[in-house]
Design a protein around this ligand. Structure first.
Ligand code: DC
Length: 259
């Protein structure tokens, strides 16, 4: 199945846990005035509800039926299922592990495929973040970015985030959790974590988020998805040598109307 019926342009940002893809994707959506799909949040909701209801994460049929029966709502940066807000709950480490286990099952992935594709219906573009956005969900996307970073750097970032939230955890444990998740996400048979053949790979190990965003915006401009920056900043930076980078935005790249 392909996504030939996309009604809006899509930028995919895939990558492993802690690579910074969430920060990049939200910043990119904000800068372009596009919508944002956090596909990991959908798997996390399934993981959270499975834990809540005592459904084993190796029971594919039960998880798929749970996923099919849930009414998951993603709006304004919040997420809920069956009318209950789960925005905080899904950020737990236990929920992340359950999500990664549930995500191994093809029937579970199938259950939320349409919901993910429907996110591209609309007038503004979509920035979609996950593991298989470029390979499975939106294979025809206009731009695919695969954001990577060393596992040690990703663990440091996650550790810092948790400490800032007041969660006391040790770095070695965070590193072990990330390694477990990487292994599960990369080795599973169904839609494993890997770059699409036409993805641009960015290694953010030694990069600040602002530099990653700048590189992503340059790529978006090269593909006609964003307008060229003002002349002054072009002259200051003189980074892009691509002759197409100053062309008009993609015809389907209308910004989200400001309300
Ligand atoms: O991006 P995240 O950490 O919120 O994702 C949580 C888990 O969900 C991740 O370990 C694997 C799974 N996932 C997936 O299999 N496919 C996606 N497109 C997004 C997430």
């Amino acid at each position: 199945m392909t996504d030939r019926h996309l009604s809006a342009p899509v930028i995919c940002v895939d990558g492993p846990s802690g690579s910074g893809k969430g920060s990049l994707a939200t910043a990119l959506a904000e800068r372009l005035g596009w919508r944002y799909l956090d596909s990991g949040a959908l798997y996390r909701v399934i993981g959270a509800v499975a834990l809540e209801r005592g459904v084993a994460t190796d029971n594919e049929a039960a998880l798929a039926s749970l996923a099919q029966g849930l009414e998951i709502k993603l709006a304004d940066g919040r997420i809920g299922a069956d009318g209950i807000d789960l925005s905080q709950r899904i950020r737990d480490e236990a929920v992340a592990a359950a999500a990664s286990e549930a995500a191994r099952h093809p029937q579970v992935r199938q259950a939320i495929l349409d919901q993910q594709r429907r996110a591209a219906d609309g007038t503004s573009g979509l920035v979609a973040d996950g593991r298989d956005m470029g390979t499975v969900v939106f294979p025809g996307a206009e731009l695919k970015i695969f954001l990577d970073a060393s596992v040690e750097e990703r663990a440091q970032r996650r550790h810092k985030q948790l400490r800032n939230k007041g969660v006391a955890v040790n770095l070695r444990k965070v590193l072990a959790n990330i390694r477990d998740r990487d292994e599960r996400d990369e080795r599973r048979a169904a839609s494993p974590l890997r770059p699409a053949s036409d993805a641009v790979i960015i290694d953010s190990t030694h990069m600040a988020i602002a530099d990653v965003l700048r590189q992503a915006l340059d790529l978006a401009r090269e593909r006609g998805l964003a307008e060229a920056p003002p002349v002054a900043s072009q002259e200051q930076r003189k980074t892009s040598t691509n002759p197409r980078s100053g062309r008009a935005p993609h015809p389907r790249a209308a910004s989200k109307p400001k309300t």
